[in-house]
Design a protein around this ligand. Sequence first.
Ligand SMILES: Nc1ncnc2c1ncn2[C@@H]1O[C@H](COP(=O)(O)OP(=O)(O)OP(=O)(O)O)[C@@H](O)[C@H]1O
Ligand SMILES: [Mg+2]
Length: 280
Amino acid sequence: MSTEPAAPMLQARGLSKRFGGLVAVNGLDLDLRARRLLGVIGPNGAGKSTAINLLTGHTRPTTGKVLVGGEDLTAAKPWRLAHAGVARTFQIVKPFRGMNVLDNVAVAAMFSGRPAGARHTVATATRTALETLDRVGLGGKGDLAPAELSVADARRLELAKALALRPRVLLLDEVLAGLRPGEIDPALELIDSLRRDGLALMMVEHVIHAITAIADEVMVLHHGEVLTRGEPATVLSDDRVIEAYLGARFAKRAAEAASRTATVTTAPLMDDATADGSTP
Ligand SMILES: Nc1ncnc2c1ncn2[C@@H]1O[C@H](COP(=O)(O)OP(=O)(O)OP(=O)(O)O)[C@@H](O)[C@H]1O
Ligand SMILES: [Mg+2]
């Protein structure tokens, strides 16, 4: 059996984004491959969401390239990238508020470019939507309005909309934010099952223990640049990462714990499952 890694499904080469005087992403190179999950961490404003926006056509790069299956789709519109199999979730969930949960997902299914040449009808899109809702744990909630969903269910809907596109590449922007600790493991199990199905995954996340649990590789962004990348355990014990990111997080938790000294606190300082997506 060949030990060659699979060809990358999504590639960035020298990808940069400048907003006026601010370089939000600077010369990003990455390869996303089937059955691999790249975890992306970094402080607020590091450029994580901008990187996803660049990879999905939601932001036009200032320089650099985006390749999907080897095809140059730099600056292509989001629908074109979605059609090519690149889906994403948004850090701030974006349901169509005038539609129920089922129709939100069915609309995405109608837009799917896969299987190649498929003609989606309302009936087939609805079937795909029902299957997708089941898969993400929203079975039976299709008739609800998005506004009626809990935070966790709104995140599940965001994921269902992405999955209904039948992507080959999925970029997740803080899908665990706002989940309660007990909701994180089932979400990770679902994401892991997507990896086993063959998707290439990138997951931006502040819940560090989730990244350690699931990522094949971790990339740390800082001021728009890759500070380091590699095996999760190696990256997370890197002094530069602790200084730029983890140290500040732990310092914040220490300060919070100190401010609660009048009450008994049992929250461990090193438990990063704040699960609210907040950072220092
Ligand atoms: N449309 C925009 N116009 C101007 N500046 C922007 C725009 N989008 C992002 N920025 C800036 O680019 C930098 C990177 O932002 P980005 O949202 O990518 O950070 P992030 O790593 O996702 O942060 P967070 O962890 O808070 O989500 C920030 O300084 C942000 O203010
Ligand atoms: Mg962000």
